[in-house]
Design a protein around this ligand. Structure first.
Ligand code: PLP
Length: 395
C-alpha cells in the first residue's frame, strides 16, 4: 500500500499497519533486512535500477526495505508525502540544512532549541557561510524583524525545552511563506500523536526518533518528513551521497515503537498533568512549567494546537541550585540523566547540564534558573513519582 492511501485510516491503524510489505515468507511481524546490497537479475536490471528507470533496491545507504517501512509509517502519521530516516536526530537536522541551504543563506531559529542544534547552526554551518539569527520563540515580531532577503529557513521546537513555551505554527508558516521561506518544526516533544505541524502549514517536520518514537531508550535515529519534491529531491540527495543512514535494526525498533506511540503518549500526558498539578501545591515549589496548567501563558494556544499537553514538566524549587540538587539526589526511582521520552522517568538540572555552556547572563535571559528541575515523565505509577519527589521537597 502506498503512503497516500493511509490518509483515510485512523492514527492507531496507521501506526500499526502503514508501510508493511510482507515477504514471500509470510512473516506477521515486520522483517529486518540486514543487507548492504541487493542482487540484480541481470546486468540490464542493474543498469535500469542505477538509471532510476526501474524502481527497487540498490544499496542500503539509501534503499533498505526495513528503513523504508519505518519511513512510510512515520510519513503516514505526520501526514507527509515522504520521509527520510537518518542515523540520529542531529543527522536529520544536518541533512535538511545541507540539502536546502548554500553559502550566503540565512536561518532564523528559535533561541529555545536543543543545545546541539544551536552548536550546529552557530559553529558548524557558520563555517560554510550559513548564518543564523536566534529569536524569541513565542514573539512573532522578533521572527519578522530577524528575517533578511537571504533567509531560507525558519526553525523551531514547540513546546520548547525546558520551559514549555509554544510558538503559533500557523502564524509562523504564514510569515515564512510570505517571504519565500520554509518552516521547519522539530516535533520531537509532541510527536504526531499530539501535534502534526504539516497540517498547520509547516513545510518540514524533523524527528529525533531516539526520544518518544522509540520511547524505550534503546536506539539512535532521526527523520525528516515533508513534500515529495523537497524530501525526495534535495534531502534524498544528501542521504545518498552524504550517507547519514539509519540501520535496518534501528528502523525495526522504531517501527515497533510507533505501534504503541499513541498509547504511550496518552499515559505520558496523564502522568505529566497529574504531576504538574500536584507540584503546584507543594510549598517548596515556586513555579511549575507545563502547558496543561491554566497559569501557563499559552495554555489556550496549547489547547488549540496540540491534542494533549506533553510529557515534560519543569519546576523551580525554592532555594536555588542546592535545593534543586537535593530534590534530584533524593530520588530513588527516577533516573538522573538528560535524556527524555523514555518509559523511565528522567530528572535533570538544566542550569548545570544541558544549559551549562551558557553564561549566567544568557541563562537568566532564557529564564533557566538555578532552582529549575526538568522531568521527562515516564510510565511508572504517578503516586510513586510523587513520593520520589516528596523526599527531596520536604528534606
Ligand atoms: C535529542 C534531540 C535532538 C537530537 O537528536 P539525537 O537523536 O540525539 O541526535 C534534536 N532535537 C530535539 C528536540 C531533541 O530533544
Amino acid at each position: 500500500m502506498m503512503t497516500t492511501d493511509w490518509n483515510e485510516f485512523g492514527f492507531n491503524t496507521r501506526a500499526v499497519r502503514a508501510g508493511q510489505v510482507r515477504s514471500d515468507e509470510g512473516e506477521h511481524s515486520e522483517a529486518i533486512f540486514p543487507t548492504s546490497s541487493y542482487v540484480f537479475e541481470n546486468a540490464a536490471q542493474a543498469a535500469a535500477r542505477f538509471a532510476h528507470t526501474e524502481p527497487g533496491n540498490i544499496y542500503s545507504r539509501f534503499t533498505n526495505p526495513t528503513v523504508r517501512n519505518f519511513e512510510q509509517r512515520l510519513a503516514a502519521l505526520e501526514g507527509g508525502e515522504r520521509c527520510i530516516a537518518t542515523a540520529s536526530g542531529m543527522a536529520a537536522i544536518f541533512s535538511t540544512c545541507l540539502g536546502l541551504l548554500k553559502a550566503g543563506d540565512h536561518i532564523v531559529a528559535s533561541q529555545s532549541i536543543f543545545g546541539t542544534t544551536v552548536v550546529l547552526f552557530s559553529n558548524i554551518l557558520a563555517k560554510f557561510a550559513i548564518k543564523t539569527t536566534f529569536v524569541n520563540l513565542s514573539d512573532i515580531n522578533s521572527w519578522r524583524a530577524a528575517m533578511q532577503p537571504n533567509t531560507k529557513l525558519l526553525f523551531l521546537e514547540t513546546p520548547s525545552n525546558p520551559l514549555m513555551e509554544l510558538a503559533d505554527i500557523r502564524e509562523l508558516a504564514e510569515l515564512a511563506h510570505a517571504r519565500n521561506c520554509l518552516l521547519v518544526v522539530d516535533n520531537c516533544f509532541c510527536t504526531p500523536a499530539l501535534q502534526t505541524p504539516l497540517s498547520l502549514g509547516a513545510d518540514i517536520v524533523i524527528h529525533s526518533a531516539t526520544k518518544y518514537l522509540d520511547g524505550q531508550g534503546r536506539c539512535m535515529g532521526g527523520a525528516v518528513v515533508g513534500p515529495e519534491k523537497i524530501i525526495g529531491g534535495d534531502i534524498f540527495a544528501i542521504l545518498r551521497s552524504g550517507g547519514p543512514t539509519m540501520s535496518p535494526f534501528n528502523a525495526w525498533v522504531f517501527l515497533k515503537g510507533l505501534e504503541t506511540l499513541n498509547l504511550r503518549m496518552q499515559k505520558h500526558c496523564d502522568n505529566a498533568e497529574t504531576l504538574a498539578h500536584w507540584l503546584e501545591k507543594q510549598d517548596m515549589v515556586e513555579r511549575v512549567y507545563h502547558p496543561s496548567l491554566p497559569t501557563h501563558p499559552q495554555h489556550e494556544l496549547a489547547k488549540a494546537q496540540q491534542s494533549r499537553f506533553g510529557g515534560l514538566v519543569s519546576f523551580d524549587v525554592k532555594g536555588g541550585q542546592e535545593a534543586a540538587w537535593r530534590v534530584i539526589d533524593s530520588t530513588q526511582i527516577m533516573s538522573i540523566t538528560a535524556n527524555l521520552g523514555d518509559t523511565k522517568t528522567t530528572i535533570t538540572h538544566p542550569a548545570t547540564t544541558t544549559h551549562g555552556r551558557l553564561t549566567p547572563e544568557q541563562r537568566q535571559a532564557a529564564s533557566i534558573g538555578d532552582g529549575l528541575v526538568r522531568i521527562s515523565v515516564g510510565l511508572e505509577d504517578v503516586e510513586d513519582l510523587q513520593a520520589d519527589l516528596l523526599r527531596g521537597l520536604t528534606a
